[in-house]
Write a protein that binds this ligand. Structure first.
Ligand code: CUA
Length: 328
């Protein structure tokens, strides 16, 4: 019995560990997390298999047979057994806890030359703020440079998760949470929201693009160049520099609304491909006071009603203008 269970446990654990269900590794730290995970599997899977096999064997071996009656004499405590089954789990949990602590400590250690990026979650998109107030709706980072993210939220709790980096952390309103890692592999990696945050939760997916340093520098220059140019033209009319389509993307409208021009396919709210025909006033009212008229087939309370506070007048004008034009 013991040999069979031990063999089963060994084969089962080996298969679990070697199954290869992890996504690609894309950061310096992620290897450590996988090692920790593998160690946890080696500790827990043999117990799981062993206990289940043992129970099944007992159930079969000591099943009630014809003529069996009653429970037999009661069994009293066994002090030695109780000491053994208390101290073994205690030792295992302590060792695993210390190992986990060491890994976590290492992951959270400050690195030289960190790039600070603010990550803001909102229903239902992520946006990013780089040093110097440079904003972007896409996460682009240089390869091999340590990153220091500060996660926050505009509304409910979201959870910032990059499977290829193996890190996930909640983004909450008013309590910024830090996240550190060093991407070490160029490519595009999925960012997902891992906290049920509303009707568009499943659409809250973006990508992190890890690029060579030179490419990142060029991208960053272009991002910041745009806003500097806008500022330098000056004093008066800013409307000219605000792109309504960018407002649409930046506010995450596409997570809930399909609009061919912006290549979005959200389905939580009405599609907007013909919204322009309803006129500018209707479009504006639908953004500013969405609760006043709910489109047929949709529920109240889904479209955020705080866009009038979140958007500046110029941004709102640009967005309305864009929708009237793009939705024709
Ligand atoms: Cu944000 Cu789920």
């Amino acid at each position: 019995m013991a040999v069979t269970v031990a063999l089963l446990a060994l084969v089962g654990t080996w298969a679990t560990v070697n199954f290869g269900w992890f996504p690609i590794l894309a950061s310096d730290e992620s290897g450590q997390i996988d090692s920790l995970y593998t160690a946890l599997l080696w500790v827990s899977v043999p117990f799981a298999i062993g206990i289940i096999a043992f129970i099944l064997f007992e159930v079969w071996q000591f099943r009630a047979r014809p003529g069996h009656e009653g429970d037999g004499p009661p069994i009293h405590g066994n002090t030695r057994l109780e000491i053994v089954w208390t101290s073994i789990p205690f030792i295992i949990v302590t060792v695993v806890g210390i190992y986990g602590w060491i890994v976590l400590d290492d992951l959270e250690a400050k690195q030289p030359n960190e790039l600070n990026v603010k990550v803001i979650g909102q229903q239902f998109a992520w946006r990013f703020e780089y040093p110097g107030g440079v904003k972007s709706n896409e996460l682009v980072v240089p390869v091999d440079r340590p990153l220091y993210f500060t996660l926050t939220s505009d509304d409910v709790i979201h959870s910032f998760f990059i499977p290829a980096v193996r890190l996930k952390r909640d983004a909450t309103q008013g309590a910024p949470t830090p996240l550190r890692f060093t991407p070490n592999r160029e490519g595009s990696y999925e960012i997902v929201c891992a906290e049920l945050c509303g009707v568009g939760h499943s659409t809250m997916r973006q990508t992190m693009r890890v690029v060579p340093t030179a490419e990142y520098d060029a991208w960053f220059k272009k991002q910041s160049g745009g806003s500097t140019a806008g500022a330098s033209t000056g004093s008066g009319d800013k409307t000219a520099t605000i792109d309504g389509k960018q407002v649409f993307t930046g506010q995450g409208c596409g997570a809930c609304h399909a609009l061919a021009d912006a290549k979005t396919q959200g389905a939580a709210g009405p599609e907007l491909d013909s919204i322009g025909s309803k006129g500018e006033a209707f479009v504006r009212a639908s953004i500013v006071t969405p609760e006043k008229a709910i489109a047929q087939g949709y529920s109240a309370g889904i479209m955020p009603s705080d866009f009038k506070e979140k958007l500046s007048q110029d941004e709102l004008d640009a967005l309305v203008g864009y929708l009237v034009k793009a939705g024709k």
